[in-house]
Design a protein around this ligand. Structure first.
Ligand code: NAD
Length: 428
């Protein structure tokens, strides 16, 4: 989605250019990786409930598939743009590469606002989207998934349409399906747990026992709740979480110095991850301003709400005690703030590494669907832990060997793997 003056694709290209220089990539590889390999711009006609026909603009962008079929979500959003989808597809390529799963990067979207569409109209958009790109997606080509304002139901309609067109069962064509309909156990936990697996390893490197640490979390949705869950199970204390209040159209931080309780907070949280202020106060929580999470005297910050949250304006409010920032959200730190964090020597686990547990579990879903054999949750989570732990250590050891920032090390590993795949295929 575009904000005035901000172009996500331009930012993705600038990030790439920086890494390309660090890796001294040749011109051909740069030209290839700066842009998506393929994009489909589609028009989806839908008969609306009032009998009229409305035509929606949709996209599928396949940034790079040198390492395997493209992978990435489909967003439904009124401010979706081709450049946003291009940027997100590019970032998916790096995310799949940094955790070393055999997939490339893709992303899709439809310009629409599901709030103003009936379920039948949304179903028609899903089916229409698939009809337009059916020959360009598939378990061996490009595997979509849910993203902003799409969910498991949308994925099932899309899978059903694909199977109608192809005349066979292809559960591996799409991920993010409900468990029992081709979904993987552990997917709900995957991203938040993945964040904490990497934080656990960072603490190990520092010789710190998680039991002696505290954390502040921004967000209380899917990623944040499961991050709180696992971090607490490791013995850590989360002293506050912050979230958005639909009712007041502002955010709040809910703090308990002795540690928040996931169970008690979940009981008073709505489906959008908003906590009931009054009930929280009754449970003894202090209700502070939405951005108070950032200035807490804690060892770990976990931004797990949305992008552009740690900025040039608030970065200096981060306490001297903070040793680790585990980026659960996508793009929570602006480049300006990142510079300050780097200079201060805070250990950052960059977003596309820290939150790669989601796509890794989606890859597991695809593998299970292709085998038509499903693993138990423990098996999924143990495989996820292995993948995240090993990806973390590869990045951390490069960062330590070359004395570079974790974010740069992660980018260097991700981009060099994709560049090498292009070279081995004889593309460049
Ligand atoms: P979600 O919608 O479940 O939860 C978002 C949370 O952020 C909610 O608790 C909401 O109240 C809170 N929030 C919104 N605005 C806020 C504000 N201004 N201040 C404080 N809190 C605010 O979303 P999610 O799935 O948990 O995703 C969170 C982030 O993680 C996003 O950046 C997303 O792109 C990224 N991510 C998610 C996954 C996944 O598997 N869910 C995977 C990779 C990355």
């Amino acid at each position: 989605m575009s904000e005035k003056g901000f172009n996500a694709f331009k930012m993705a290209q600038e990030q790439f250019d920086k890494v390309a220089d660090m890796l001294d990539l040749d011109e051909g590889t740069r030209q290839l990786l700066r842009f998506p390999q393929r994009e489909y711009h589609i028009r989806i006609p839908v008969r609306m409930d009032d009998g009229s026909v409305k035509v929606f603009q949709g996209y599928r962008v396949q940034h790079n598939d040198a390492r395997g079929p493209c992978k990435g979500g489909i967003r439904f959003h009124p401010q979706e743009t081709a450049d946003t989808v291009r940027a997100l597809a590019t970032w998916m390529t790096w995310k799949c590469s940094v955790v070393d799963i055999p997939l490339g990067g893709g992303k899709g979207g439809v310009i629409c606002d599901p709030h103003n569409l009936s379920m039948r109209e949304q179903e028609q958009i899903c089916r229409g989207w698939v009809r337009q790109v059916a020959i360009n997606i598939g378990p061996l080509q490009d595997v979509p998934a849910p993203d902003v304002m799409t969910n498991g139901q949308h994925m099932l309609w899309m899978m059903d349409e694909y199977e109608k067109i192809t005349g066979a069962r292809y559960p591996g064509v799409i991920t993010g399906k409900p468990v029992g309909m081709g979904g993987s156990k552990g997917r709900t936990e995957a991203t938040g747990y993945g964040v904490v697996y990497t934080i656990r390893e960072a603490l190990k490197l520092m010789g710190i026992d998680p039991k002696n640490t505290t954390a502040a979390v921004q967000g209380f949705g899917n990623v944040a709740q499961y991050a709180v869950d696992l971090y607490t199970k490791l013995g850590g204390t989360v002293i506050c979480v912050s979230c958005w209040s639909q009712e007041d159209q502002t955010s709040y931080t809910f703090k308990k110095s002795t540690g928040v309780s996931l169970d008690e907070l979940r009981k008073i949280t709505d489906r959008f991850g908003g906590i009931d202020k009054k009930k929280a106060q009754d449970l003894g929580y202090q209700v502070l301003a939405g951005d108070a999470w950032i200035e807490q005297e804690v060892d770990i910050l976990i931004p797990a709400a949305l992008e552009n949250q740690i900025t040039g304006e608030n970065v200096n409010r981060i306490s001297k005690k903070v040793k680790i920032i585990g980026e659960g959200a996508n793009g929570p730190t602006t480049p300006e703030a990142d510079k300050v964090i780097h200079e201060r020597g805070i250990f950052v686990i960059p977003d596309f590494l820290a939150n790669a547990g989601g796509v890794t579990c989606s890859y597991f879903e695809q593998v299970q669907c292709n085998m038509n054999y499903f693993w138990e949750k423990d098996e999924v989570l143990s495989k996820l832990d292995t993948k995240m732990t090993s990806a973390f250590h590869e990045v951390a050891s490069l960062a330590s060997k070359k004395k570079i920032y974790m974010r740069d090390a992660a980018y260097m590993i991700a981009v060099s793997r994709v560049a090498e795949a292009c070279r081995l295929r004889g593309w460049v």
